[in-house]
Design a protein around this ligand. Structure first.
Ligand code: NOJ
Ligand code: MG
Length: 531
């Protein structure tokens, strides 16, 4: 890809690597940077354009790297700075971009900034974090809850105040109202941008600014038993505050000091609020992650509605994006089932907007059952029994039928499931009709057909389990027909404008078939039809 292309991220395909689970190179059972370098040929053959690495910085790993103790180092578990530089060079030499995870909302409680901040009330870094007095009865300052269970306030005996943590007590929130904090993180960004990283995925970006008065959050009238306890209250005052957009605009100015970089925001909000994160005059995040497909009911009508709502909500000039999986949500193959996972792949790679793939989804990896004594995720440990654990979507990449799925010669930090014997890259590469072959074919097609990248999205009226749309640019069109159900469907194709030639079926067995008058789809089949 042309390194000077400012808008590379519009036509690129992103791939999230979860470093602890991608490839181990030093036999400690944990993936590492050298392992990623070893697997670049695989990623190139898959056809993706940009890698986003979850955190690789020095960390006590209370939240597997999302608790950072040094923003400008590399954790020895993952390698060295030399390894990182080698990864950037190797990736760039093959035209791959590298995106780092920026975690500015909170640090580790082991970060030197926090050690200073908690040491005394008059330490110059006191105001780098969020400290509040106890209520007169000694209680917590307000009703805000940690996403990982319990109050979001931790009492600190040294100074007799509480500090705020939206996640673990080992992840104290930085005070983003303090300009010194902002400058410190902007310098962190410049450090990595100078090293050549192509941008950042910014962790919980909608959390950065909290209500100046720390007002109590209202109760959630829609709370359902069985859901995690933090959902009992809304986050009206603890997240998504108007001033956050000034911060994001500043961050964007930092990435814009360098050529062709991207700012991606992690944001779980309803679509109408999400799109505000593009910023005024689009000076915010170029890609506020669109997670709508992660939580939707998997039905044709629901998905059609989401696409329409999103397309309608996008501000002028905003570029869309779509995500099917990540390290916090159950695997797509388990959410929708293995048969629909192929339809989901075709959806992701034919929608208008940049797709982000999650490692292992391209080989159909499912949610892996984790025995109680193998649980690593602090969310599951703090809030057990509700099925919130994230370990099951973070298991080692299944490369081959070798021991530990070819991931490591040592016992991996999380288990591999028994079916890795069949469900692995080597095996699926040899099978011309595997889900991996489907992903490769879809990615190839997306690169060959400009209408799939930059064409308009035009819905076609459909009923039942059928989802139909057209992607069209400069008079060239393809039609996508997806059967979201398990039963076959048949429809008149001439009037609906579906006649043409099948370029790809999710079963990989109908290429070249002419559609004239009737389109038949098998259960769980999707097809791309050239007009
Ligand atoms: C979002 C990350 O994706 C998740 O893994 C992490 O636990 C929280 N942010 C806290 O950093
Ligand atoms: Mg290792």
């Amino acid at each position: 890809m042309d390194q000077r292309d400012e808008f590379w991220w519009r036509h690129g395909i992103f791939y999230q690597v979860y470093p602890p689970s991608f490839q181990d190179s030093d036999a400690d059972g944990v993936g590492d940077i050298r392992g990623i370098i070893d697997r670049l040929p695989y990623l190139l053959q898959l056809g993706v354009d940009a890698l986003w690495l979850s955190p690789i910085f020095p960390s006590p790993m209370a939240d597997f790297g999302y608790d950072i103790a040094d923003y400008t180092g590399i954790d020895p578990l993952f390698g060295t700075m030399e390894d990182f530089d080698a990864l950037i060079s190797a990736a760039h030499a093959s035209g791959l971009k590298v995106i780092l995870d920026l975690v500015p909302n909170h640090t580790s409680d082991q970060h030197p900034w926090f050690a200073e901040s908690r040491s005394s009330r008059d330490n110059p870094k006191r105001d780098w974090y969020i400290w509040r007095d106890p209520l007169p009865d000694g209680g917590v300052p307000n009703n805000w809850l940690s996403e990982f269970g319990g109050s979001a306030w931790e009492h600190d005996a040294t100074t007799g105040q509480y500090y705020y943590h939206a996640f673990l007590a080992q992840q104290p929130d930085l005070n983003w109202r303090n300009p010194a904090v902002r400058e410190a993180i902007y310098d962190v960004m410049r450090f990595w941008l100078r090293k050549g990283v192509d941008g950042f995925r910014v962790d919980v970006i909608w959390h950065l600014i909290k209500d100046a008065e720390f007002r109590d959050n209202p109760p959630n009238p829609h709370f359902r038993e069985g859901r995690p306890p933090h959902e009992r209250i809304l986050t009206q005052y603890s997240t998504d505050q108007p001033e956050v957009h000034d911060v994001i605009a500043q961050m964007r100015r930092v990435t814009d000091e360098f050529e062709a970089r991207i700012l991606i925001g992690e944001i779980y909000l309803p679509l109408h609020r999400l799109v505000a994160y593009y910023g005024n005059d689009l000076g915010g995040a170029q890609m506020p992650f669109n997670f709508a497909l992660l939580s939707t009911l998997w039905s044709a009508r629901s998905i059609e509605t989401i696409i329409a709502d999103y397309e309608r909500a996008l501000p002028a000039g905003a570029w869309p994006n779509w995500v099917l999986g990540n390290h916090d949500r159950p695997r797509v193959a388990s959410r929708v089932g293995p048969d629909q996972a192929r339809v989901a792949a075709m959806l992701l790679l034919t929608l208008r907007g940049t797709p982000t793939l999650y490692y292992g989804d391209e080989i159909g990896m499912h949610q892996v059952a984790i025995a109680p004594d193998q649980v690593r995720d602090p969310f599951e440990k703090n809030v057990p029994g509700l099925g919130v654990g994230r370990d099951g979507c973070r298991t080692p990449m299944q490369w081959s039928a070798a021991d530990n799925a070819g991931f490591s010669t040592a016992t991996p930090w999380l288990p591999v499931p028994d079916d890795f014997i069949h469900e692995n890259v080597v095996n699926l590469e040899a099978d011309a009709r595997s889900i991996l072959s489907l992903y490769r074919a879809l990615i190839k097609l997306r690169k060959e057909l400009p209408q799939l990248v930059s064409g308009d999205y035009l819905p076609i009226a459909a009923e039942g389990d059928l989802l139909l749309y057209r992607r069209q640019s400069e008079g060239k069109a393809v039609v996508i027909a997806l059967n979201l159900g398990a039963e076959p469907v048949s429809m008149a194709s001439d009037a609906a404008g579906l006649d043409g030639e099948i370029l790809l079926s999710t079963f990989l067995d109908r290429q070249g078939e002419k559609i004239e008058g009737v389109l038949d789809l098998r259960g769980n089949e999707g097809a791309i039809i050239a007009k």
